[in-house]
Design a protein around this ligand. Structure first.
Ligand code: SAM
Length: 292
């Protein structure tokens, strides 16, 4: 038996199906044969930016009708698409680049289609974060896709503080005009020696990769104004729990030493261990050892 979205070439397109189609992130050749076939055969393509998608369709000689869709479209656009699906038509959802719904529109339409019991079929393909992760040279067994950090310093700092203890490799998207301040914020919330990979303009003419530390990444950006142009994926190594524990204990040693000038040692240990979330007994033993 065939799987729902697995139609052979030139056969009839299954109706009442929303196809979520990944498109290239730069190099137009990075599109699957199945994606081209689906885009050619569906009755309608719902696109984030119809002009952008038209360029891709023209390149592949596809004449399918386009409709503009993004998550802030009025409800009627979403409902019109659902209505057409309910009438038996098939629709493809695409974004400007990469996989729809990955830091891109589509969530509203997919959830609505699901709630109507319609078929929703992925046509997998490029996504910038997978491309970057696959060449970053950082652990890939567990990772956390973080998308774009908030643009404002306050909310961005809050998010980075929450990530300070993240042990998995972290992947961020960033715009060129914010890449420098984003790396600066990361260096101040994580250690500046933390390993980082920058994937700039992946699959495009001026593709560049930087592998180094958070500190050296900013130096690299400043070296040549071209290094700061284009689209970026930032991949940052997760933290090392043993290293944090050592750093926290060293911080505790310093704070206890300061507080002991003002209060008895036991009281200083109790205060600092509660403040840093450390074991009181362990910190007490450490202080006694250092005093010997
Ligand atoms: N849906 C897309 C995907 O699957 O990757 C992501 C769309 S998001 C609006 C755009 C962001 O993705 C850019 O700001 C950049 O961070 C990243 N990006 C997209 N294309 C890229 C490329 N060719 N090279 C590096 N980063 C890219």
């Amino acid at each position: 038996m065939r799987e729902p979205g697995n139609f052979p070439q030139n056969s009839a397109m299954p109706g009442s199906t929303l196809f979520v189609v990944a498109t290239p992130i730069g190099n137009l050749a990075d599109i699957s044969l199945r994606a081209i076939e689906v885009l050619r055969q569906v009755e309608l393509i719902a696109a984030e930016d119809t002009r952008q998608t038209q360029r891709l369709l023209s390149h592949y000689g596809i004449a399918t009708r386009l409709i503009s869709y993004h998550d802030f479209s009025d409800q009627s656009t979403c409902q019109r698409i659902i209505q057409r699906l309910n009438q038996g038509e098939s629709v493809a959802l695409v974004s400007d680049a990469g996989t729809p719904l990955i830091s891109d529109p589509g969530y509203g339409l997919v959830t609505e289609a699901r709630s109507h019991g319609l078929k929703v079929i992925p046509i997998p393909g490029p996504s910038a974060f997978v491309a970057a992760l696959s060449v970053a040279g950082l652990p890939t067994d567990r990772f956390s896709f973080e998308g774009f950090l908030p643009a404002k310093a306050g909310p961005r700092g809050k998010r980075l503080r929450a990530l300070a203890t993240e042990q998995r490799t972290m992947i961020f998207y960033e715009a060129p005009h914010r890449i420098n301040s984003m790396l600066q914020a990361c260096a101040s919330h994580f250690e500046s020696s933390r390993k980082v990979f920058l994937g700039r303009e992946l699959t495009k003419k001026f593709e560049q990769h930087f592998c180094g530390t958070l500190a050296s990444a900013r130096t690299w950006l400043a070296e040549d104004e071209n290094n700061m142009k284009g689209e970026f994926v930032v991949v940052i190594a997760g933290g090392d729990e043993a290293a944090w524990q050592i750093a926290r204990l060293e911080k505790a040693d310093g704070l206890v030493a300061e507080l002991r000038k003002e209060m008895p040692m036991k009281k200083a240990v109790a205060f600092i261990s509660a403040f840093l979330g450390l074991s009181k007994n362990e910190l007490y033993r450490r202080v006694l050892e250092r005093d010997q």
